[in-house]
Ligand binder design. Structure first.
Ligand SMILES: Cc1cc2nc3c(=O)[nH]c(=O)nc-3n(C[C@H](O)[C@H](O)[C@H](O)COP(=O)(O)OP(=O)(O)OC[C@H]3O[C@@H](n4cnc5c(N)ncnc54)[C@H](O)[C@@H]3O)c2cc1C
Length: 475
């Protein structure tokens, strides 16, 4: 019997699991896919929003500003790349300058420090590649960037190192309520828990319905992106947003925490949680990116992708105990700024909701530190040499674009939460995320997976289920 079962291995469920693992509790995470960070937390803009956008007094405003303040510390503890690069909302007309003033006032009401409107030459001094038709910008010094799946994976790994359990391929399809909750998977497994937290993103309405809670509905809105090579990573320094209109925030042009340049996302209502990209979507990203920065080096595009936002009909985060179900907590409708808010949401759920249901005692040996040296390429030559001396597999580069070593790939396959396929290795190490997108390294990575897992090459998948790489022998 678990004390707490968290449903959903995204950034919210992941950081919640980590927080829970700091107490003397038996906790687990249930994820329907074969890996964690497979929903919204896999494909988003990676922006640590300052907090001027959300309506004052909303949960979004509260947790955005708190989460923004916590993110640097969390990233340091978990060894996750984060940069406080700042952001600019750019105005292209007098009318848009009025919106910037409103945003600044709203941000100040929300508790965002250091907001300033900059004009003319001051604006271009900050961002020389901004289109010369821009007239002003709202500078948010507290804005940042982080890699969302790296944060999710590291948080879950850290929680597991502190005793939490992870069940992947566990799609919750039935829940029975008695003295505790019994959760059944589509494969027929079951686990029981005193408290359940529903962090299932796009699946959170279905999960709530399983316990007779019909208090909210989830809608889906897809966002498509174009990612540019690291050669263009310094094209802008800050995250550049358009001034929001009634139609939404529009696309952004931003460096990523890994040093690429990101353009997007679109915002299109969809009926299914399918992460396709479309010709029209990507074309509209290119058109808007050129409006923001007319010289944007589109020729450096290396890939495109999309993510699907799961928003609720409440137009705010839903973070509360289900009215009909004591011990069943809803953490739903966590759309943007959910990544930014996740550390603060995790604290709130434990301190304000779970503490009323379970006795919480701090674990004396809880270790909040994951690994500051998680990415080998970030180390100094001396540090690298030391590691190679102890373990020569760190001296063999497998992914040339991103300079990822065999040692890191083996580590991704053997440490919590263990990667099981090519994409899992890619998200943990960046092998295959560079300019050639795995063209050179993929066969070598597949061989390492086969060796470490003790399986044949034919069994290696790209992303679980029916995605095997090889279909048969030619010789
Ligand atoms: C295009 C886009 C751009 C965004 N940009 C930003 C940004 O720049 N900054 C920001 O702060 N936020 C941003 N967000 C929002 C942010 O990504 C989300 O708020 C955050 O990732 C939500 O995390 P989560 O853990 O709630 O959900 P998810 O990451 O979606 O995780 C839910 C998990 O539950 C699992 N699941 C579902 N059903 C079941 C079931 N029945 N059984 C077991 N498991 C189940 C899913 O497989 C999934 O892994 C963006 C979102 C999108 C889509």
């Amino acid at each position: 019997m678990f004390d707490v079962a968290v449903i959903g291995g995204g950034v919210v469920g992941g950081l919640l699991l980590r927080k829970l693992s700091s107490y003397n509790l038996k906790v687990c995470l249930l994820e329907k896919e074969n890996d964690v960070a497979m929903g919204q937390s896999k494909a988003n803009s990676g922006i640590v929003h300052a907090g001027f956008d959300a309506k004052p007094n909303s949960l979004k405003a509260k947790f955005n500003v708190l989460g923004n303040k916590m993110m640097k510390g969390v990233a340091e503890e978990l060894g996750v790349k984060y940069s406080n690069n700042g952001s600019l909302v750019v105005a292209f007309s007098e009318e848009e300058i009025e919106t910037l003033k409103d945003l600044k006032q709203r941000g100040e009401q929300n508790g965002v420090d250091g907001l300033e409107i900059v004009y003319g030459d001051d604006l271009f001094a900050l961002e020389p590649n901004l289109s010369k038709t821009a007239v002003a910008g709202l500078l948010a010094r507290t804005g940042g960037i982080i890699c969302p799946y790296e944060l999710t994976i590291s948080a879950i790994g850290n929680a597991m190192d502190n005793g939490a359990e992870l069940f992947t391929n566990f799609e919750v399809v039935k829940i029975e309520k008695g003295d505790c909750y019994t959760l059944y998977s589509s494969n027929g497994e079951q686990i029981s828990a005193k408290v359940v937290v529903n962090c299932a993103g796009a699946g959170s309405q279905k999960i709530a319905n399983l316990v007779g809670d019909y208090s909210f509905e989830i809608g889906l809105r897809r966002g498509e992106y174009i990612l540019l090579d690291k050669e263009s990573g310094n094209f802008v320094s800050r995250t550049l947003f358009f001034t929001p209109t009634k139609k939404g925030k529009g696309i952004l042009v931003s460096p990523t925490a890994d040093g690429n340049l990101l353009l997007g996302p679109t915002a299109d209502e969809v009926l299914e949680n399918v992460t396709d990209t479309t010709k029209d979507g990507l074309e509209s990203v290119m058109v808007k990116a050129k409006q923001m920065c007319d010289k944007v080096p589109l020729y450096n595009a290396i890939t495109s992708f999309s993510g699907v936002r799961a928003y609720s009909d409440k137009h705010d985060f839903i973070i509360e105990e289900s009215k009909q179900n004591k011990g069943f907590i809803l953490v739903a409708g966590i759309e943007s700024p959910g990544l930014t808010s996740a550390p603060a949401i995790a604290e709130y759920v434990v301190d304000e909701l779970i503490s009323k249901l379970l006795r919480l005692n701090k674990k004396e040996d809880f270790n909040p530190i994951r690994k500051p040296d998680y990415f080998f390429s970030r180390l100094s030559i001396e540090e690298k040499n030391e590691i190679i001396k102890a373990n020569p597999s760190y001296g063999r580069i497998i992914c040339r674009c991103e300079q990822i070593t065999e040692g890191e790939i083996i580590r991704a396959l053997t440490e919590n939460p263990k990667a099981s396929d090519l994409d899992g290795v890619k998200r943990r190490t960046r092998a295959g995320m560079g300019r050639c997108q795995g063209g050179f390294c993929q066969p070598y990575v597949a061989e390492i997976i086969a060796k470490v897992k003790g399986v044949s090459l034919g069994e290696i998948t790209k992303k679980g289920k029916n995605s095997t790489l090889l279909v048969g022998k030619t010789k």
